[in-house]
Design a protein around this ligand. Structure first.
Ligand code: FAD
Length: 580
């Protein structure tokens, strides 16, 4: 697939340009992959449908039996994105994300076990591996003989990934690896580790390099299973490396490129987490609607009450719009676009927050039963909570989303360009994808003309398209205004940055939903697509209020007061005003 030249839909949008060709028509899964997905979905029902009670028990036990993991291997669930030539199923990103969606309907621990293997554990090998490395490892990864894990986090380095202390020192034809990794998913049974270590002394922390490490190498040891709030059946452990001798041919990409490797893995793996979140939401809608129809109060099923309908209606809107965004990002990757990091970050933030909200509301609809371990709701709330933390916390991703836009706008404002390097080197260096993507952006020649308007959308969704166009114009102005107001201090202005990110999130979700609904109108006609048009109307109407508030608060806010309260509380480390 040739690379497609685009500056990135959102980054262009922040400069007032709508690259409509990037998002329209709404991406569709190819017919052969669709057929494969039908087979997979049916077979997953057979494989996972019978384990409902087991999933509950394994959550209590905090364990997933080895025999069950063998069943996942036999099914081929570790081979999803591995090319057929290496024994895999060769699914594209859209089909992969859809498969995780199906798995996520049954159990989040299973989805994370498979997702950590494919989305992050072995993705570096797929993206950066040499032919020799791929030939050596991919067949074993496809069969599940080797399960993969991604080893970046350390006790002192989570969001600030560049602060890792694990080191690798070159000695002849080997690198000697030493260090400790924390909270590694699949650590308990993984045989293949993508490990990031500091090599060399350049820069503040020294450059980072990515290595393929296998469990049979002397000096690799695994800690005990962590007791967790959720995803209790999935394996999370420490992984320790003591004088591990890694042959030089196990370097992924080039020495010193590790940070870029880590960021690209995380960017391209985000459709997995998004897919799992959509699957979770679909399951919650099934549970909640059944519960709302069955449960009667005051002689009526609770589904007849407005306050319950409001919750279920919003769950539907959240699920539809999340699926639009996650599918779109998968489509961008499958379509050969290279600039999708901001869109992928938005899909992760949006889908994981929609899932959290849906899980909370589903539990509320179930009332007291929702709080009981006998029912699935509390487990789903516990399981879904981590999604806003791992693979980039939603706070760090919001900074990334907005600062990328600000950087692009700044690149256009020549008088401000001098301090941009300062911005790029600073606080979100851990997820400092900025430096990789943003600087070069302004110079990119895009294949698309871009325009400030959306063309050829159906009359039935014109009001929503108009709103999107209007808000886009304000977005570019707001990014410009924030930058001019705060100058190089923008890095410390996280309240403003977050508002810009939230506006960008709403606008991207709106654009993806417009695209999805337009595709349904094209395929089914307006009448049959009327429910979907209603979803678009609800989302757009809510988003309009949020966007307006965020724009307003960029200049009119009590940020300084709130900050002062936080600083005061952090100083005394307690609540000052007790009543006794
Ligand atoms: C169940 C589980 C599985 C995991 N699996 C893996 C895995 O397989 N591989 C792996 O490498 N890691 C894994 N992790 C680690 C995970 O990626 C990290 O927990 C995550 O990156 C956040 O890092 P942290 O926990 O150190 O939080 P911190 O970085 O300490 O952040 C704490 C809080 O501060 C906020 N914050 C931090 N910096 C800033 C800033 N500059 N501005 C504003 N807010 C900020 C964060 O958003 C967060 O709310 C896993 C974690 C868990 C719990």
């Amino acid at each position: 697939m040739p690379d497609k030249a685009t500056t990135g839909f959102m980054r262009s949008l922040c400069m007032g340009q709508i690259e409509q060709e990037v998002l329209f028509p709404f991406p569709v899964i190819s017919p052969d992959q669709k057929e494969m997905l039908h087979d997979i979905t049916g077979a997953l029902e057979d494989l996972l449908g019978s384990h409902t009670e087991d999933f509950r028990q394994w959550d209590v036990d905090g364990d997933m039996p080895a025999e069950f993991i063998d069943q996942l291997k036999e099914f081929g669930l570790f081979s999803l994105i591995i090319p057929e030539a290496h024994g895999g199923m060769g699914l594209g990103n859209m089909a992969y994300s859809r498969t995780l969606q199906e798995v996520g309907r049954y159990d989040a621990s299973v989805a994370v076990t498979i997702g950590a293997h494919s989305s992050i554990g072995m993705r570096g090998l797929l993206l950066f591996g040499t032919d020799e490395q791929k030939d050596r490892y991919l067949p074993k990864l496809a069969s599940g003989e080797l399960i993969a894990a991604f080893c970046l986090t350390e006790p002192g380095a989570g969001s600030d990934a560049a602060a890792i202390k694990t080191t690798a020192v070159r000695q002849g034809d080997h690198w000697i690896l030493n260090g400790n990794k924390l909270w590694i998913t699949n650590g308990g049974f993984a045989g293949f580790f993508t490990v990031f270590a500091r090599t060399g002394t350049e820069g503040k922390h020294g450059k980072m390099t990515a290595f393929i490490v296998t469990r049979d190498m002397a000096g690799v040891s695994i800690g005990p299973h962590e007791e967790k709030m959720g995803l209790r059946a999935s394996s999370t452990t420490t992984v320790q490396f003591d004088d591990v001798h890694i042959p030089t041919e196990n370097v992924l990409a080039e020495p010193g490129m590790g940070f870029k490797v880590a960021m690209q893995i995380l960017n391209s793996g985000r459709t997995g987490l998004g897919g799992g979140s959509v699957g979770g939401m679909k399951h919650l809608i099934e549970l909640s609607t059944r519960q709302a129809n069955e449960r009667k109060t005051f002689g009526q099923p609770i589904s007849s009450y407005g306050l319950v309908k409001e919750k279920i209606g919003r769950m539907v809107v959240d699920c539809y719009t999340s699926e639009a965004v996650v599918t779109m990002v998968g489509g961008l990757i499958d379509g050969g676009y290279k600039e999708y990091a901001v869109e992928a970050a938005i899909s992760k933030v949006y889908a994981t927050e929609c899932l959290s909200r849906s899980a909370d509301e589903a539990l509320q609809i179930a009332g007291g039963n929702g709080f009981m371990r006998e029912y699935p709701y509390e487990r789903i709330v516990r399981d879904s909570r981590i999604n806003r933390i791992f693979e980039g916390t939603n706070e760090i991703l919001r900074l990334f989303i907005a600062l990328t836009a600000i950087n692009d706008v700044a690149s256009q404002l020549k008088d401000l360009s001098a301090f941009m390097k300062g911005i790029l080197n600073d606080p979100i260096k851990g997820f400092g994808v900025l430096s990789d993507y943003a600087l070069k952006h302004a110079q990119l020649k895009t294949g698309f003309g871009g325009s400030a308007e959306l063309h050829n959308l159906h009359e039935a969704i014109k009001p929503q398209a108009d709103l999107f166009e209007d808000q886009t114009r304000y977005l570019a102005q707001a990014a410009d205004r924030i930058l001019r107001k705060h100058g190089k201090n923008i890095i410390g202005k996280q309240f403003a940055t977050k508002r810009l990110a939230d506006i960008m999130i709403d606008l991207f979700v709106m654009a993806c939903t417009l695209s999805r609904v337009q595709a349904s109108i094209d395929a089914l006609g307006v009448e049959k697509a009327s429910r979907e048009i209603e979803i678009l109307r609800v989302f757009t109407s809510d988003a309009r209020v949020r966007i307006k508030r965020n724009f307003h608060q960029i200049d009119n806010n009590e940020d300084d007061l709130l900050k002062a309260l936080a600083e005061d509380a952090c100083e005394v480390e307690r609540f000052r005003w007790d009543t006794i």
